[in-house]
Design a protein around this ligand. Sequence first.
Ligand SMILES: Cc1cc2nc3c(=O)[nH]c(=O)nc-3n(C[C@H](O)[C@H](O)[C@H](O)COP(=O)(O)OP(=O)(O)OC[C@H]3O[C@@H](n4cnc5c(N)ncnc54)[C@H](O)[C@@H]3O)c2cc1C
Length: 385
Amino acid sequence: MAQRLIIAGGGLSGVLTALAFADRPDVSVTLLEAGERLGGAHTWSFYATDLDAPGTRLVDPLVAHSWPGYDVRFRGLSRTLSTPYRSITAQSLDRAARQRLGERVRLGTSVTGLDAGGATLGDGTRVEGEAVIDARGPTRLAGLALRHQVFLGQEVRLAAPHGLTRPTIMDATVEQLDGYRFVYLLPFTADTLLVEDTYYTDQPALDRATVAARIAGYAAGRGWRVTEVIREEAGSLPLVLGGDARALWVDAAPDGGAVPIGLRAGLFHPVTSYSLPVAVETALMLGAMPGPVTTARVSERVGDLVRRHVARTAYERLLNRMLFLAGRPEDRHLVLERFHRLPQPLIERFYAGRMRRSDRLRVLLGKPPVPVAGALRALPERSAG
Ligand SMILES: Cc1cc2nc3c(=O)[nH]c(=O)nc-3n(C[C@H](O)[C@H](O)[C@H](O)COP(=O)(O)OP(=O)(O)OC[C@H]3O[C@@H](n4cnc5c(N)ncnc54)[C@H](O)[C@@H]3O)c2cc1C
């Protein structure tokens, strides 16, 4: 008989993992999602170079938009990079995943309790399984010293074409407020685009009205007349300055509990909060695990991945400490500007989480854009507090 795998949470990591198991005759997947569709109100973007061939095969059916490159803009640098960029929308994820998974998806199903043997639902009923995964999104991330990436995005329709042919990943020519600030632009059609105002900041709160007014000001400054705000998406995402893998895992995966994946397991890029590449890695790893698929065996594998991920992202946490602890908040844009002058393959490896030792040295070589004394103070991981 097939093992029953229950996944609570039909967001990015839950959907990818369900898809990775979709063809296995020995595993029957049930994906439980509280909302009325999969994915919520997100746009997930990634660089094509983030994924290897199996990852690309898993994600390709979900992709809604692809561009052959992207721009970055700083006060002292305007650059076009030829790394292809892709976006998944909540609609494209929902459509493709439901088509593939069919009745294995249960929408409008709120999970109130999870343990190693099953899920308790909002109506009091129980779904039993041999393996139970908790993909219900971010939680408190014990053991990690955090700062925040806070943003509001508006998908807008304009009175006339915007003229953009590729995304602007960072337009940091804007006034630097509340830490490092940039505007992110995704041109979806000739007259619609996502305009996201983003802050790398010390506090997690988003003042929605103020940021919405700044988006309107930015659009006006570009000569764009907004005729409609089609939808909004907002986030306050964790940026990691210091990490203790053991404390993180013990808290996120208590004995006898379901196995956490995605953001709640700390599986994201410390500098960007992007989780898509490592969510794909998690899904492919689990989808390829030999049977039997049980909570204990899934937990072993995800626990190992979390420890590996914390170990392999030590350098990215150091970069965050340089960004947040070594210099003044209003100078953070200089660190990012300097980084985006580096060779494109190095930048690609940075975003993909595959930096080489030589890349790491290269990033730190030369005159630092932060005071040397501050940089030295920020070196030890314990300086993150
Ligand atoms: C607006 C926004 C934009 C982002 N953009 C990017 C990006 O471009 N690229 C990138 O790599 N990362 C991006 N991220 C960061 C990160 O990748 C996402 O947050 C990602 O969705 C995290 O995946 P997850 O599976 O951990 O959680 P989520 O995708 O948040 O999924 C959690 C799911 O669980 C469901 N759920 C919660 N509680 C229950 C319950 N009790 N019962 C049943 N279901 C429940 C939720 O409805 C949700 O669907 C973005 C984040 C946000 C907020």
